[in-house]
Design a protein around this ligand. Structure first.
Ligand SMILES: CC(C)(COP(=O)(O)OP(=O)(O)OC[C@H]1O[C@@H](n2cnc3c(N)ncnc32)[C@H](O)[C@@H]1OP(=O)(O)O)[C@@H](O)C(=O)NCCC(=O)NCCS
Length: 177
């Protein structure tokens, strides 16, 4: 998949990396990114407190359907990971390095990632987060997602076509369907 830029509040280029390009490289990028997250962000991303070794193992085993990377100065600052769990369905996780949060990068990755997944034929996506994750819940609000509260966790179910119909008209750079 070729490199591409996304319209965000930051001038940072966004590089799209497909799984087939180089899985070892992709895993090493994920490993570096997981290690770069602060303790609070790790807890929100992984809904727990995995040890550094456990994080490394997760990165070493990762085999995502799609990985979108936000790269600046050669370093990965944010990723969207999507894992195919059944035909037409993916589980999505997103994380932005602490000092890059709150600049619109998470939203840009989220919307671009779901667009790419829909174009590859996926119809639904799940996200899981802690109930306290206000930023992630803000990100998915207004997408028509179904939200299920399960103890301290939240399960977000997104129908990709429905969600994209809602965000496309808001994007002035994207022609109307
Ligand atoms: C969740 C996360 C990916 C969002 O990325 P981000 O770049 O910080 O988010 P954005 O700047 O794009 O903001 C997303 C929305 O949240 C809002 N927001 C941002 N920071 C906020 C804050 N501290 N409090 C409340 N709302 C906030 C923004 O206004 C925006 O909403 P809008 O577009 O409707 O105005 C990022 O914060 C992160 O990596 N968190 C740790 C890992 C995690 O929680 N992952 C999710 C579980 S898979």
């Amino acid at each position: 998949m070729p490199a591409a830029s996304l319209p965000t509040q930051s001038a940072t280029p966004l590089r799209l990396v497909a799984q087939s390009e180089d899985l070892d490289l992709l895993r090493s990028h994920l490993k570096g990114h997981y290690r770069s997250l602060g303790p609070g962000s790790r807890r929100l991303r992984f809904m727990g407190n995995p040890s550094p070794d456990a994080l490394d193992q997760m990165a070493d085993r990762a085999s995502p359907e799609l990985l979108l990377e936000l790269v600046e100065d050669g370093a990965v600052r944010a990723v969207l990971e999507a894992y195919a769990t059944s035909p037409g369905h993916v589980e999505v996780a997103i994380s932005v390095e602490d000092r890059y949060q709150g600049q619109g990068l998470g939203r840009a990755l989220f919307e671009e990632g779901l667009e790419v997944l829909a174009s590859r034929g996926f119809r639904t996506a799940d996200l899981f987060c802690l109930r306290e994750n206000r930023v992630l819940l803000r990100l998915v609000s207004g997408t028509g997602a179904r939200i299920h509260h399960e103890d301290g966790e939240v399960h977000v179910e997104i129908e990709l076509d429905r969600m994209l119909d809602q965000v496309r008209p808001l994007d002035p750079l994207r022609p109307a369907a």
